[in-house]
Design a protein around this ligand. Structure first.
Ligand SMILES: Nc1nc2c(ncn2[C@@H]2O[C@H](COP(=O)(O)OP(=O)(O)OP(=O)(O)O)[C@@H](O)[C@H]2O)c(=O)[nH]1
Ligand SMILES: [K+]
Ligand SMILES: [Mg+2]
Length: 445
């Protein structure tokens, strides 16, 4: 336990006004605060109606309060929740009353979760899962975050760490036995077999990753092409609202315009760009420069033109789909996927009428499916986790490689492997890291 002398509080629900607002408190002062506001402590873990009063005894609000005495609470400390009416006036009054109480202050970002972590309620991978869950935009992201929150990676890491420590103990026992000469092979062989088995498991998890990290970040699709091709019109079609200005004037779009889409559960960011052409207008030149830059970093470029002879400008080594627009103006109106060659498909659409859009959307969903792959079993969702797991695997590999040179060297590598897993779980020297991780959280979480 890391007892904090400060009690923290925060508005844990969204921005007021709202129907109901939840103010959460954690720390030794949570009980006294509840008592001061309501006159008495309610029974634990039971939603209880109570009239909140200020320090002069004037009523603030008719509320529902909850009392979770520690350590059986979310943070491991005493926790109180005040469910009040979500008006700015009620919340302001409540916050100023709480702030005036001794040893009581507003919580930093993620501070409730940090206390839960410090009190051993969750490990670091679960904290990361919690953060992902709060920020999940799509269903697939939500499911992935929930897997992490359930501690699947944490459970694995804990079990690997315990086994590595046991394998190291086997080897070290051998070293102690062998006062002179070599450690008996009967002790080393099973330890080595065990390490190989663990290495294989970790490598399997590492191989399945990458995809899961992608799901966190999403896929970027850039719409590029010559001016007036209808890029902004297509953008609006995909977004199903008027995010970008459309006009017959060539050079309308200058800035990059982004929308976040949920394509069949996959998070996709679509970016509309300035029409690419030679121009003397310095503002438009800057727009063209940004368009080229962004296209070069895209996971997929939709090169939109209204002329099927048009030159495709290749700014990226990545995939480019050729999309011919304004087919409503053509005599032969073939719409949809014209060529289904997977490397360079060609589509014909009318961004204005929507003709051919369903084929294009279907192809985009297919692209997203391939890009993200099967994420159902991905356990790693962050660079931090991948780096530490790779370090673990590397140390295990080295321990196998050096065992012939000396058992002490192998045991040392195993300690390094166990340490990396300890960091993954947040058990060892991660103090500096904690600030970085929890700063990303919401206030009140
Ligand atoms: N007939 C027809 N007109 C279209 C279609 N798509 C876009 N337009 C028209 O083409 C003109 C240019 O459309 P925008 O969406 O502004 O084109 P843009 O590529 O974003 O243009 P810039 O931002 O200037 O590069 C507008 O007048 C649109 O209404 C289409 O499918 N059919
Ligand atoms: K335009
Ligand atoms: Mg435009």
């Amino acid at each position: 336990m890391h007892p904090h002398d400060q009690t923290i509080f925060a508005l844990s629900s969204g921005r007021p006004p709202s129907a109901i607002a939840i103010v959460r408190l954690s720390g030794v002062g949570a009980g006294p605060a509840l008592q001061t506001l309501t006159g008495k402590l309610p029974p634990p873990r039971l939603a209880t109606r109570a009239l909140l009063r200020d320090d002069r005894g004037d009523p603030i609000d008719d509320a529902v309060v909850l009392w979770f005495p520690g350590p059986a609470s979310a943070t491991g400390e005493d926790v109180a929740e005040l469910h009040v009416h979500g008006s700015r006036a009620v919340i302001t009054t409540l916050v100023s009353l709480l702030s005036a109480m001794p040893q009581m202050r507003a919580a930093d970002r993620g501070e409730f979760t940090r206390r839960a972590f410090e009190n051993g309620k969750i490990d670091l991978t679960e904290a990361e899962g919690l953060d992902d869950l709060i920020h999940a935009d799509t269903d697939r992201q939500r499911r992935q975050a929930l897997r992490q929150l359930k501690g699947l990676l944490g459970d694995k890491a804990r079990s690997w760490r315990d086994q590595i420590i046991q394998a190291a103990a086997l080897i070290e026992a051998g070293i102690d036995f062998a006062d002179e000469g070599d450690v008996p092979a009967e002790l080393i062989a099973p330890a080595l077999a065990w390490i190989r088995q663990l290495l294989a498991e970790i490598e399997e998890v590492l191989a399945a990753q990458g995809r899961a990290e992608r799901l966190r970040d999403g896929l970027t699709v850039v719409i590029a092409g010559p001016p007036n091709a209808g890029k902004s019109t297509l953008m609006n079609q995909l977004a199903r609202r008027e995010v970008a200005i459309v006009s017959p004037h060539a050079g309308t779009t200058r800035d990059l315009i982004e929308v976040a889409l949920d394509l069949d559960g996959y998070p996709v960011t679509v970016i509309d760009t300035a029409g690419i052409r030679q121009t003397d207008d310095p503002v438009e030149q800057e727009g063209v420069r940004r368009a080229r830059d962004r296209a070069a970093q895209a996971d997929l470029v939709l090169w939109l033109t209204e002329d099927d002879q048009a030159e495709l400008e290749r700014q990226t080594d990545g995939p480019i789909w050729f999309v011919r627009n304004k087919i409503d103006l053509m005599i032969t109106e073939q719409s949809g996927a014209i060529s289904v060659s997977p490397e360079s498909p060609v589509f014909a659409i009318s961004a204005r009428s929507g003709a051919g859009m369903s084929d294009l959307l279907e192809a985009l969903v297919g692209f997203a499916r391939d890009y993200f792959g099967s994420t159902e079993h991905g356990l790693i969702t962050r660079e931090r986790q991948r780096t530490l797991l790779s370090e673990t695997a590397a140390a295990l590999r080295r321990s196998i490689a050096v065992v012939d040179l000396g058992e002490e060297l192998a045991a040392e590598e195993l300690r390094i492997a166990a340490l990396a897993l300890g960091r993954l779980l947040g058990r060892v020297d991660v103090e500096d890291l904690l600030d970085v991780i929890f700063r990303e959280f919401c206030i009140g979480k």
